[in-house]
Every structure is written in structure tokens, then in C-alpha cells.
Design a protein around this ligand. Structure first.
Ligand code: GAR
Length: 189
């Protein structure tokens, strides 16, 4: 059995898609959902699906390795960041070499970096009158949105599209591809 931990700070619609995708899988399991926000909706989804949750605080995350011990204890093999907004510290990057991926709601290397998350990304794409946006799945390193790119998919932007339209189309790509790319990475390990 391979165990996935999902890190998420918000709604968790991607986390939900991943949970649904692996629900009946006999070799891959979402074993843990971690959030930095005690009120994050993703935690309700985890509880509804009987998935163990863990809430982390900033000091422990950056100044101790207690999370790492927890991940080892729970035999976590792979980490998926699904709307997790804290920079990943070096000790965690080193512990999961090519075993930690992030989803970003734009075509990196454009529109990445600190502060580029969620609606901020879509508003910047809109302001620049881009003709397309999309998603990027990449390995995680110590810098925001800079790890090796694994997969990208694009969607066109019509001249009448608002940032909300862009967000909706990008999210649909995320929901489709994130679980599938995750599965192919885990199956090919
Ligand atoms: C997703 O669109 C994800 O790409 C984005 O946060 C959203 C989370 O939505 N992540 C970033 O912007 C990271 N820089 P969700 O909670 O509904 O899955």
C-alpha cells in the first residue's frame, strides 16, 4: 500500500477529487490530510471520508521536525499539495525527493511565486490579456512554484472571459488531471 498525504489550506475541492479517485484503489490510499487552518473546509471533507487530519502551526512547521516524524509514523510515501500556501521547508523537501508535488493554477513559469495563488493568479492573467491559461503540476523544492514541471494543460481565454470564468476553466482542468497525474506517478515508482 502507498500512502498519500494531502496538504491543503482552503476549500479542498482538489483534495476531494483526489480522495474520490483513490477511494476504491487497493494499492494507493489517501491516508492523511494536513492543514494549517483549523477552520479549513477541507478538514470537514476529510472527516466525512474517515481520513485522519492533522492541523499544523507555523512554528512547529518551520522550527521543528515533528511533522516529519508524524509522516514517517503514518508511513506516508507521497505528498500532494492541493492549495497549500506555506513555503515548504528544506527538511521536508529533502525527506520527499521527487515524492512531493504541487498544483498551480497557471502555466508556470508565468504567474508563479509568493502571493500568486488562487484569484490573484487569475486576475493577473486577465489583466495581461493572455489568450490562454492552464495548470501546472510540478515537484516541490524550497522555492515557490519553481520545482521541475511534470505536466501542464492549457485552456483558451475568450475576450469576453472574466477572472471568474478563467478560474472556473482552470479548476476544471485541475480536477480532471491532478488525481490522474498523481496516480500515474505513484504507479510508475
Ligand atoms: C487551486 O486552484 C490550486 O491550484 C491553488 O489553490 C486552489 C485550491 O483550491 N493553488 C495555488 O494557487 C498555489 N499557489 P481547492 O482548495 O478548491 O482545491
Amino acid at each position: 500500500m502507498k500512502n498519500i498525504a494531502i496538504f491543503a489550506s482552503g476549500t479542498g475541492s482538489n483534495a476531494r477529487k483526489i480522495v474520490e479517485h483513490f477511494r476504491k484503489n487497493e494499492t494507493i490510499k489517501v491516508a492523511l490530510i494536513i492543514s494549517n487552518k483549523a477552520t479549513a473546509k477541507v478538514l470537514d471533507m476529510a472527516k466525512d471520508n474517515n481520513i485522519t487530519t492533522l492541523i499544523i502551526n507555523r512554528t512547529d512547521f518551520y522550527k521543528s521536525t515533528s511533522l516529519l516524524e508524524d509522516l514517517k509514523k503514518r508511513q506516508i510515501d507521497f505528498i500532494a499539495l492541493a492549495g497549500f500556501l506555506w513555503l515548504i521547508p528544506a527538511y521536508l523537501v529533502k525527506a520527499f525527493p521527487n515524492k512531493m508535488i504541487n498544483i498551480h493554477p497557471a502555466l508556470l513559469p508565468k504567474y508563479g511565486g509568493k502571493g500568486m495563488y488562487g484569484h490573484h493568479v487569475h486576475e493577473a492573467v486577465f489583466k495581461n490579456k493572455e489568450s490562454e491559461s492552464g495548470i501546472t503540476l510540478h515537484y516541490v523544492n524550497e522555492h515557490y512554484d519553481e520545482g521541475h514541471i511534470i505536466f501542464q494543460a492549457a485552456c483558451p481565454i475568450a475576450s469576453t472571459d472574466t477572472p471568474i470564468d478563467i478560474a472556473r476553466n482552470v479548476l476544471a482542468l485541475e480536477h480532471y488531471y491532478f488525481p490522474r497525474i498523481l496516480m500515474s506517478l505513484l504507479n510508475n515508482e
